[in-house]
Design a protein. Structure first.
Length: 758
């Protein structure tokens, strides 16, 4: 065993989750490399470490630390080194030297016991002296807190968040009610809080535990797209989680209602239980939708005359439903236009835009994702933005499980509404209840809101079933486009998408220009065929780069799941090379040139668009679940990874944030919503019946612009096309809309009248 004492000169590597650290230690001028788990340490700290000296085959001699102790620097040189290391903000090398010259070996005692005396040193005010003292004390407290939290199996990263949230209160929180962590801190779920509670000795049937478990079950359901759970389902799932009888939980539901943590609502099929914020998101959205749903009184003859002229000028031939959509857009405060591929949604939108443009109205276009907004711009010739950007996202972060904006907010809201007279939103099937609520807050009564989407697509990744609920409520004008236009009818992609939707057979043996089926009998043969398509066959055929061609699979796990496919595809499409930096994080290696996807909403992360000289010309906040980009740089020294997203948005991720990214050579079909690709390749093999559904394969096929390639077993395709099962999504927006409608009709409120338009 060897013992070394010195100050930390440099931290070479640190895993923030488990505290594993590689550092260089200066002990009387001699450098030692130390490796081991350090609860909390920073450069400049004095350490006495005990361990075994080993010879690493690559990195040479290292001390494998078994135990260590933080020391207060004793001699003046050590004190000066510590203070000048940057460990205390505001003290550089020169100021450290002046402090030590003044107080010598008594420096640390002065800092802790008589901090006001630091102002005797030139360059230090009384305020700065107290700040230095506070930092010294805080470091000491934080180190103690980290060691305390490590005893409960809490990672370094999470321990830092807990300390930041509670400070010295964390000891009482951990010992009295660790379930509070799950409420207050993103990243702490019920299960971790429950583990801590077990170590503290809190009983299985404690009130804290049961209430936290119920709320956790509801929030888990939100992660699966539900805004509520039926009471019976909630109690069964919570009972399984808590290992407590359902009957013992019923009384807690009433308490949680009184505490305003949940809302219980009697529906036709039973009682719905909401985490409170989701009930009010639905209720307030329903109220705002109703307020927008007013009628104008523009004479029909006037609309027809103008519409006829626009058709002649633009050489357009609209069918009766498209004309009806234009008429409704003119006289409705709120309109929904829905239809499958090739039914003329884009032509209808363009005609509506032209109509309002001639009236001199301000028109705003938006879509849920950057890719969808880009497609909307290309299709209309008008600038379309993401909904987040149109609403001017600004400020701090929103936690994954929070519904309040907690610092992050949209600058556009009821107090600062959008400046448009007409707001048109495309790809509405992707919009969840959070985004709908934020959008409605920014649209004033009298502004026309036109919502466009394909209701047969998969529902949003986030909670709710917004577009379908609005249509099924019967409360708003809906125009469903059904005619497939001649040009679209020439595409087998469009025609087969409609056949899939209607449950009609698809001829997979037909020789087609844009809808191909390649039979393969095993997962490895499917992967081999997909590689040939992506690398060799399709790029020239659709005039696109291999990276623009998207492999989309139904599953995450398994032989043809996203995780395995990405590992294989990365090796072929972006193999390791000495000139490509890379970084391992968890089971994934990230490499310069890799195609990656953001897998959670990050409202706080900054992006910037740079000109060709690298100078930023635009900047903003937010990268969202499903955004795809390419890794442009990995800086191992600064521990930063730079991704370029659509529109040239450059985003820097610290290595701690890499859990927000995953490789995107293959993505799940769910993640493809709102995107369109020159060609898509879809592996089809065996999979769970609940997952392999008609609307999943319909969504996948409609993502392709020029070519769909299905690779695998024809019987899998046929069974998916025949499987009309849809995963039940508990969403109450329809009920909230109907309740408000009924209440208003009961009071005899006038729902129409002169809108004052035009």
């Amino acid at each position: 065993m060897a013992t070394v004492t010195g100050f930390v000169e440099r931290i070479k590597y640190r895993n923030e989750d488990n505290g594993y650290t590689v550092l260089s230690l200066n002990a009387d001028g001699e450098e030692y490399i130390l490796v081991g788990t350090f609860h909390y340490i920073s450069e400049g700290e004095m350490v006495e470490a005990v361990g075994t000296m080993i010879e690493h085959p690559v990195y040479g001699q290292q001390l494998q630390v078994e135990s260590y102790e933080m020391k207060t620097p004793q001699d003046t040189l050590s004190v000066e080194r510590y203070l000048g290391s940057g460990a205390i903000k505001g003290i550089g090398a020169a100021l450290a030297s002046r402090i030590v010259r003044r107080f010598k070996a008594d420096t640390f005692r002065i800092m802790e016991e008589e901090p006001e005396r630091l102002s005797e040193v030139k360059g230090i005010s009384e305020k700065m002296a107290m700040d230095i003292s506070r930092q010294v004390e805080e470091k000491k407290e934080m180190r103690q807190a980290m060691m305390f939290l490590q005893d409960y199996g809490i990672s370094m990263n999470l321990a830092a968040k807990i300390y930041q949230q509670y400070g010295s209160r964390l000891y009482s929180v951990i010992k009295e009610n660790p379930y509070q962590l799950a409420d207050d801190i993103p990243g702490v779920g019920f299960k971790l809080a429950d583990e801590i509670a077990g170590k503290v000795g809190i009983l299985m049937d404690s009130d804290f535990r049961i209430k936290c478990g119920i709320l956790y079950t509801l929030l888990q359901a939100v992660g699966n797209g539900h805004t509520y759970l039926p009471e019976e389902t909630l109690l069964l799932q919570a009972a399984e989680l808590l290992k407590v009888e359902p009957e013992r939980m019923e009384k807690h539901l009433m308490d949680m209602q009184l505490e305003k943590r949940i809302v219980m609502k009697r529906n036709p099929g039973g009682t719905a239980v909401y985490a409170a914020q989701y009930y009010y998101l639905e209720l307030n959205s329903a109220r705002m939708l109703h307020d927008l749903n007013i009628r104008g009184d523009i004479p029909e003859g006037q609309i027809e005359e103008k519409l006829l002229r626009i058709q002649e000028e633009e050489d357009l031939e609209l069918d009766e439903l498209q004309k009806e959509a234009v008429r409704q857009a003119v006289n409705c405060g709120l309109l929904i236009i829905t239809g499958g591929p090739g039914t003329g949604k884009t032509t209808t939108i363009n005609t509506i835009i032209r109509f309002f443009e001639e009236e001199g109205l301000e028109i705003l276009l938006a879509a849920p994702t950057g890719r969808a907004a880009k497609r909307m711009t290309e299709a209309t010739g008008w600038e379309a933005r993401t909904i987040h950007r149109m609403l001017e996202l600004t400020g701090g972060a929103m936690g994954e499980k929070e519904t309040s904006m907690s610092g992050m907010h949209f600058a556009r809201n009821e107090e600062n509404p959008l400046d448009g007279d007409v707001v048109i939103i495309d790809e509405m099937s992707m919009v969840d209840i959070h985004l709908l609520h934020a959008l409605l807050r920014a649209v004033t009564v009298g502004t026309r809101l036109i919502l466009v989407g394909d209701v047969n697509q998969l529902p949003s990744v986030g909670p709710g079933n917004v577009l379908r609920d609005m249509i099924n409520s019967g409360a708003f004008p809906v125009v469903q486009l059904t005619k497939i236009f001649r040009q679209a009818a020439e595409s087998d992609i469009v025609m087969n998408a409609h056949r899939i939707h209607h449950g009609e057979p698809v001829d997979l043996a037909k020789r087609s220009q844009d809808f191909l089926f390649i039979r393969r009998e095993s997962p490895d043969a499917i992967i081999s065929a997909m590689l040939t398509l992506v690398q060799k066959k399709l790029p020239g055929y659709v005039h696109a780069e291999p990276f623009d061609i998207q492999i989309m699979t139904p599953m995450r796990k398994g032989a043809l799941g996203v995780e395995r496919l990405n590992t294989i595809l990365q090796n072929f499409l972006n193999p390791p090379s000495p000139d490509k930096a890379e970084r391992a994080a968890g089971q994934t290696v990230y490499r310069v040139g890799d195609k990656v996807m953001q897998i959670k909403n990050n409202y706080q992360i900054e992006w910037e668009i740079r000109n060709r000289y690298g100078i930023p010309v635009d900047k903003g906040l937010g990268v969202f679940n499903g955004d795809v980009g390419v890794i442009r740089e990995i800086n191992l020294f600064a521990e930063l990874l730079t991704v370029e997203f659509d529109e040239g948005k450059m985003v820097e991720y610290s290595f701690k944030q890499l859990e927000e990214l995953e490789l995107a050579y293959a993505i799940t079909i769910h993640k493809s919503q709102g995107s369109e690709y020159p060609a898509v390749v879809i592996p089809l093999f065996n999979g769970p019946r609940m997952l392999m559904t008609r609307n999943l394969i319909y969504t996948a096929v409609t993502r392709a612009r020029q070519c769909v390639c299905l690779v695998g077993l024809p019987e899998t395709f046929r069974s998916m096309a025949a499987n009309t099962m849809e995963q039940r999504r508990y969403s109450g927006l329809k009920e909230r809309i109907c309740e408000i409608q009924a209440a208003i009709e009961g009071t005899g409120e006038d729902d129409g009248g002169d809108s004052g338009w035009m």
